[in-house]
Write a protein that binds this ligand. Structure first.
Ligand code: GRG
Length: 319
């Protein structure tokens, strides 16, 4: 908001700050920034890539994802005092975690993994373009994510040390001790009865690790001190599990149309899920408890509006 003479209006929020509105509007406004940044990023970064790779990447990345991980990064950056999600580089940095997430979905859907045919309301990438292009598109997204972290960190004016911290955070969460390790645990647990502890260990790696990394990266980019970073990471860990619990519940209760992917797949594949381990009702109670624990971590955070809105969104979502 600007006065006619171009000066800021007295009392108006700083330029780029998340507007003062209800939780849904806060999430929607942040998501719009992420969508625009993703379009811009792919326009720039894929201009030289062969169309056989560029087109599948665009198809996968620009599908109708919920963008929860980049939203978390932007919200955590604001919580740490970063100056507005419109700051040059902020939304681009947030895109980096969405690129990693998209790669994981592409590979997760492959016939050699979960063999899924529907994703984000459309045929999965290998169904649309074939398994070869899907593997290549997924593989290309990882280095693109790393490059995006480095470039956007530079744009944000972050030190080389902080940019390295961002990169190592993302790499650790995506690799064998994070998402890939969780995927292995998930595949190994198929058709087996496991305990809640074992289930949560899988989900901590498979799903929560990238959410924790997103939040930590936002904190680093916003200049969070070690204490705040730890609090943000604890919040991310609880929220990541809550997110997965809701995901598992929706797989039982939702329709293909509502979810944009085939429902009932977890049961068909014999996956270990919150409802299969705890029952549907208890899974619902646990998801709310996890979200409540995530909310409790907000107590030491001054600007918690966006994080609070995302927690509410994650637990109330219907897709
Ligand atoms: C190297 C072969 C190979 C595999 C990589 C595939 C993989 C490792 C890991 C996959 C783990 C995975 C898919 C985790 C995500 C779990 C999850 C809840 C996904 C759904 O996320 P949403 O609901 O999806 O945020 P949208 O479509 O909204 O972005």
């Amino acid at each position: 908001m600007r006065a006619a003479d171009g000066r800021g209006v007295v009392g108006a929020p700083p330029e780029g700050a998340i507007p003062e509105r209800g939780p849904d509007a806060v999430v929607a406004a942040l998501r719009e920034r992420v969508e625009e940044a993703l379009r811009q990023l792919l326009r720039r970064e894929l201009s030289d890539a062969p169309p056989e790779v560029a087109e599948p990447i665009r198809y996968a990345v620009l599908g109708s994802g919920k963008r929860v991980r980049p939203l978390l990064l932007l919200a955590a950056r604001e919580a740490a005092g970063g100056n507005g999600s419109r700051a040059p580089g902020a939304a681009a940095l947030a895109c980096s975690v969405e690129l990693v997430h998209t790669y994981s979905l592409i590979h997760d859907d492959l016939p050699c993994m979960d063999d899924d045919v529907l994703r984000r309301g459309r045929p999965t990438l290998h169904v649309r373009y074939g398994s070869g292009p899907a593997v290549l598109a997924g593989a290309a997204l990882m280095p693109l994510a790393a490059r995006t972290v480095w470039r956007s960190g530079e744009e944000l004016g972050l030190s080389v040390r902080d940019r390295r911290r961002l990169l190592t955070t993302l790499a650790a969460a995506s690799g064998g001790s994070g998402m890939v390790g969780g995927q292995l645990g998930d595949l190994r647990a198929e058709g087996r009865r496991i305990s809640r502890e074992e289930l949560e260990e899988i989900h901590r790696r498979k799903t929560a690790a990238l959410m924790v990394a997103s939040i930590r990266m936002g904190g680093i980019a916003g200049g969070a001190d070690p204490e705040l970073l730890e609090r943000l990471e604890r919040l991310g860990g609880q929220l990541g599990l809550a997110f997965q619990a809701v995901d598992d519940i929706l797989d039982v209760t939702g329709s293909d149309r509502q979810l944009g992917k085939k429902s009932g797949r977890d049961r068909a594949l014999g996956k270990a899920t919150y409802p299969s381990v705890l029952g549907l009702e208890e899974a619902g109670r646990v998801s709310r408890e996890l979200a409540a624990r995530a909310r409790r971590e907000l107590s030491g955070i001054r600007d918690d509006r966006a994080l609070r809105a995302i927690i509410d969104y994650v637990i109330q979502r219907t897709r």
